[in-house]
Design a protein around this ligand. Sequence first.
Ligand code: SF4
Length: 181
Amino acid sequence: MSKPKIATTSMCGCFGCHMSLLDIDERILELADLVELHKSPLNDIKVFAERCAVGLVEGGCSNDENFHVLRTFRENCDILVSVGECARTGGIPALRNPIALQECLTEAYLHGPTVYNPGHVIPNDPDIPLLLDQVYPCHEVVKIDYHLAGCPPPAETIWAALQALLSDQPLQLPYELLKYD
Ligand code: SF4
């Protein structure tokens, strides 16, 4: 019998949530018995070739490519999970939200105290994904089924969530796995 497939992605995040997933240590072997890892930066599979049972999304949406990736995950995953504060709230990247995009770009590329940019050019190559006016949490872009809090959520939390979701159990995690103070 074929195993259920999971997919993961990192959008506007730092990969810390993926590192936390890998922190399940030797249980990674159990996970490999339980699921087949499909599209993910962990195996460099770049496109969905098959439908996935669970998609784990790290990071919010900061550019138009993030929008596209997130919508692709929604279309191809039965259950979509926002993993970590960047996915849930925009996280640290969303600190730019109160500031106009042009002002952010000007500070970052022209006027910042450590900037060296003799050409006074703000990157504008059409191959670079366009920055959005602000950083959006995933649930403001597509329907998200579950949220895992924390920066990052602990490995135990991600493991318990995956076990529940892959065995059709309700995702009722104990307080010890949900607090992140
Ligand atoms: S929630 Fe924290 S660990 Fe996860 S991507 Fe954002 S900054 Fe990194």
